[in-house]
Design a protein around this ligand. Structure first.
Ligand SMILES: *Cc1c(COP(=O)(O)O)cnc(C)c1O
Length: 465
């Protein structure tokens, strides 16, 4: 399988290449040159298979030429057979007539990002061993990505991971999940600044091409294609459980960087009968506004009850833009350059029409989020985390209930956002057994000023001290 850049100027790479590269050198994102297509018979044959078995069917065509079938099977078995604490891996829970929740929080860090990052860590191991090469992972996190990336990379032989978080600005559970991982290849850095400062530092390191090559810099955020790919799998497992390919299914997806919902779009492109994809945003609603007005325009990020979606620039939207514009890299480059300069661009009418044909979008503020949490507690006895509640509220308002089953993605365990749950539902969620002692564990992190030189010097000096 070959991958091409959305901006049309970087060289095309195989799966191994895109996994180790992350962002393309022309600033674009990698996408498959051709999407594999599954027949109805192939999808029907997934009925009754395990998560790992379906993952093999879905992922194999994307990695062919870079990972052997036997190696892929082994990696998928250890990822989805061992690292998740529910036998179904991604169980469906029924909340109402024809309304379902897809629980994606049974991985080690209790958020859906484990689905991709557990697998990505294994791909890193596999490729670096083969090449006898060292990799440096550098990332910035406002919460869930950091802990999931650290869990995916801890103890891996040829990989060092440096994770930046804004000092004093992540929740205690989120910080502890990162800083209590004490393997020497994990370095947590508290930056004296905001999340945007952390992200700007990471970006500056990636744009410094000589530094990038010297340390073998790689990204673990959702610009890495392997993450999107891993997330395609649970659209297949859930739709097949609900009757695909003989019945279509609609999804509502709590959205920030557009990675998770883009995986649903890929599943649809591969032949899965996905009826409607609903983009669910909190008050950081750049995508909902884009659907409404045709203008993709970033505003000021505001803090909400669903912090993992407090994003005003949805990186993966560029992948969709590439398709909307007929896979025209030059057109994408023009859009993104305008965005770079003016913080905004306007979609051509024919591109907006295509966007509206594939997606609906809704915005949910904090008061509506809490109301949705209470509503589901009352009507089904279910305690949803605030991100999940955003998805449920949009599912209710924008996806017609009828013959088509509606699935809302549950992206985090309620305990990760305990304060919001307490306020809305009057219940204090408890940590699962394997994390019960989280607050007693030893913590380790270093503090750095918001300064690119200090950060680069620290990365060059290697693993933890
Ligand atoms: C990352 C995250 C999201 C948003 O996912 P995207 O792929 O960035 O759209 C939603 N909910 C939770 C809990 C997350 O951690």
């Amino acid at each position: 399988m070959k991958y091409i850049s959305t901006r049309g100027q970087a060289e095309s790479l195989d799966f191994e290449g895109v996994t180790l590269t992350g962002l393309a050198r022309d600033g674009g994102l990698y996408v498959p040159e051709i999407l594999p297509k599954f027949s109805a018979d192939k999808i029907r044959a997934m009925r009754g298979k395990s998560y790992a078995e379906i993952a093999f069917e879905v992922i194999q065509p994307f990695v062919v030429g870079s990972v052997s079938d036997a190696d892929l099977k082994r990696m998928l078995e250890t990822t989805y057979g061992n690292a998740f604490r529910h036998a179904a891996v991604a169980p469906l829970v029924q909340l109402d007539t024809n309304e379902w929740l897809l629980e994606l929080f049974h991985g080690p860090t209790l958020a859906f990002k484990d689905f991709a990052l557990q697998l990505l860590g294994r791909f890193f191991d596999h490729f670096t061993a083969k090449r006898d090469q060292k990799l440096t992972i550098l990332g910035a996190t406002s919460g869930d990505t950091g802990s999931a990336a650290i869990e995916g990379c801890r103890g891996r032989k040829n990989v060092s991971i440096f994770m930046l978080h804004p000092k004093g600005r992540v929740s205690d559970v989120q910080r502890k999940q990162m800083t209590t991982v004490l393997e020497p290849n994990v370095v947590n850095i508290a930056v004296e600044g905001t999340f945007d400062d952390c992200q700007a530092l990471v970006k500056a390191c990636f744009n410094d091409l000589s530094f990038r090559d010297e340390v073998g810099l790689t990204a673990v955020n959702s610009i890495n294609w392997a993450r999107v790919m891993a997330q395609v799998v649970y659209y297949f497992t859930s739709a097949v459980s609900l009757g695909a390919p003989d019945r279509a299914v609609s999804y509502s997806v709590p959205t920030g960087n557009f990675g998770d919902i883009f995986a649903g779009y890929i599943a649809k492109g591969m032949g899965l009968p996905v009826h409607t994809l609903a983009i669910a945003t909190n008050s950081n609603d750049i995508l909902a506004r884009t659907l409404e007005t045709g203008s993709y325009s970033s505003g000021v990020t505001s803090a909400t009850l669903s912090p993992s979606m407090d994003i005003q620039v949805s990186s993966n939207f560029e992948r969709l833009l590439f398709d909307l514009s007929g896979r025209n890299g030059e057109q994408v480059r023009t859009y993104m350059e305008t965005f770079q300069n003016e913080k905004s661009f306007t979609l051509a009418p024919e591109h907006l029409e295509l966007l509206r044909a594939g997606f609906v979008a809704g915005r949910v503020d904090d008061a509506m989020t809490k109301a949705a949490m209470r509503r589901y507690q009352q009507k089904s006895g279910y305690i949803a985390d605030p991100h999940t509640a955003v998805g449920l509220d949009v599912a209710n308002r924008y996806l017609p209930k009828g013959a088509v089953p509606v699935v809302a993605l549950s992206t985090a365990h309620p305990v990760k956002f305990g304060t919001a749950v307490e306020e809305a539902c009057g219940i204090t969620p408890t940590l699962p057994d394997h994390m019960a002692d989280l607050f007693e564990r030893e913590e380790r992190f270093e503090t750095l000023p918001n300064d690119i030189k200090a950060l680069q010097a620290r990365v060059l000096s290697g693993g933890s001290r």
